[in-house]
Design a binder for this molecule. Structure first.
Ligand code: 5GP
Ligand code: ZN
Length: 123
């Protein structure tokens, strides 16, 4: 499945998907890409993005429901693969910033997944 027509040429995360900007990838399939955050807050901090460009949670429509479901099931698997210890002693935090007041800086929908021993730098 190709999402080439669902990219924003000015979007930094679309450029990461296309390999125009390098990233440390953790996982990739037809629909999603996971890569390490360039400025981690926690010992484990990676981002999961859909390959379809969606600017934020506020841009999702009913047609994105299945994608969102698959994503929510993928994240716990990736967190363990990335080294997060199992629930309940371990675990991880999942964050999606949305809009200016939500603290969103990159306007390509993404989930922060953070874990590892505390204390963390932030979050
Ligand atoms: P936001 O504030 O939009 O939720 O988070 C954007 C995140 O993307 C930040 O944690 C930031 O460190 C990360 N980020 C921004 N640019 C790049 C980049 O070029 N490569 C990687 N790996 N992470 C980036
Ligand atoms: Zn994008």
């Amino acid at each position: 499945m190709s999402h080439e027509n669902e990219r924003d040429p000015n979007c930094i995360f679309c450029k990461i998907i296309e390999g125009k900007i390098p990233s440390k990838k953790l996982y990739e399939d037809d629909e999603f890409l996971a890569f390490h955050d360039i400025d981690p807050w926690a010992p484990i901090h990676f981002l999961v993005i859909p390959k379809k460009h969606r600017a934020s949670m506020a841009h999702l429509t009913d047609g994105d429901a299945a994608m969102m479901g698959r994503l929510m099931l993928l994240i716990p698997k990736l967190a363990l693969e990335a080294g997060c210890e199992p629930y309940p002693e371990g675990g991880y935090r999942i964050v999606t910033n949305t809009g200016k007041n939500g603290g969103q800086e990159v306007h390509h929908l993404h989930w922060h997944v953070m874990g590892g021993p505390r204390p963390w730098l932030r979050g």
